[in-house]
Design a protein around this ligand. Structure first.
Ligand code: HSE
Length: 335
């Protein structure tokens, strides 16, 4: 399976780390041979090798500042940009993992359309692409007989889309409710134990949980983007960000947190999703509510269903390798 990767930040590097550390095991145990043939960054180089790039050498090159430091070799091409890579590469799958722009989704959406036109499957970690392009890319995928997959966009590698779209597809999902942003849950958890908001945010950025622009996290828009993705894909609802009431966590102070604790509660940023839209807002949750025990960058989602009642999934919500794994899960599903 020949893969072109666009974006080599936290998620792309997490994916490369998995290929470096587990590639051999995947080949032996699963007969799965993902081959990274091209990687494009916006300003840190673009490389292509038809026989595959070495994930360890890619990681060393980017750690030293740029893919320009990837070792030269026969058949290695250095290209000017992602467009040139998509036009040149012989590949089976495009992975789009550049920073999410929830409003325009560009240039990522354009890259995904180009890849579909070349007959490649498209796997994205980029939330903007699904928020803005779900209908058009799904149609293109049908037209070309290829798949459009986006497990990484919600709850990192915790299989939320696969559970909702596959296993629960016939259970009658009526409503979703949960903690869908790792950064804000990390901040709130650490504020509970006395860390300042600013220090907790800085740590969430250092650990690779936050968006490139972390205002998307703290103001609730990242969770709202995920809510739109869930509503569009699981409810077939034609909703946009405008159908959600969105409030972030900036208004929650250390004092609010302490007062909530004295009253046997804590604050969580909760997203509620229905076929009509919903909301994202800080909610004072009693400490005996299961959501109160979801700590750090862990996320949780409860699927309310007609046939099963509530089904709750708890797992990683952010992180390099945790999100990189969602890309592996999508690739495994393409085999
Ligand atoms: N910034 C996001 C979060 C990354 O903190 O949840 C995962 O989508």
């Amino acid at each position: 399976m020949r893969i072109v990767l666009i974006g080599f930040g936290n998620v792309g590097q997490g994916f490369a780390e998995i290929l470096r550390d587990y590639g051999e095991q995947y080949r032996r145990a699963l007969g799965f041979r993902p081959l990274l043939v091209g990687v494009a960054t916006r300003s840190r180089g673009v490389v292509y090798h038809p026989d595959g790039l070495d994930p360890a050498a890619l990681l060393d090159a980017i750690a030293s500042g740029s893919l320009h430091n990837y070792p030269d070799g026969a058949s290695l091409l250095r290209l000017p940009n992602a467009d040139a890579l998509i036009a040149t590469a012989a590949a089976d799958v495009l992975i789009e993992a550049s920073p999410s722009d929830l409003q325009t989704a560009q240039p990522a959406l354009h890259y995904c359309e180009q890849a579909m036109a070349r007959g490649w499957h498209v796997v994205v970690a980029n939330k903007g692409v699904v928020v803005q392009g779900y209908a058009s890319l799904s149609a293109l995928a049908r037209q070309h007989g290829r798949q459009f997959r986006f497990e990484a966009t919600v709850m990192a590698g915790t299989p939320t889309m696969m559970l909702g779209l596959d296993a629960l597809a016939g259970a009658g999902i009526t409503r979703l409710r949960g903690i869908l942003n790792g950064t804000t849950n990390y901040i709130l958890t650490h504020m509970e134990s006395g860390m300042s908001y600013a220090a907790a945010l800085a740590e969430a950025q250092r650990l690779g949980y936050a968006e490139t622009d972390p205002t998307a996290d703290v103001d609730g828009w990242d969770a709202a983007g995920k809510a739109v993705i869930l509503a569009r894909t699981l409810f077939g609802a034609n909703v946009t960000l405008a159908d959600f009431h969105v409030q972030g966590i900036r208004g929650i102070s250390a004092t609010d947190m302490a007062l909530a604790h004295e009253a046997g509660a804590t604050y969580k940023l909760i997203a509620t999703v229905t076929p009509q839209g919903g909301n994202v807002q800080p909610v004072r949750v009693p400490l005996d509510d299961p959501l109160a025990s979801v700590k750090g960058a862990t996320n949780a989602i409860t699927f309310s269903t007609t046939l099963l009642g509530d089904v709750t999934l708890i797992g990683a919500g952010a992180g390099r390798v945790q999100t990189g794994y969602a890309l592996v899960a999508d690739l495994l599903a393409l085999r």
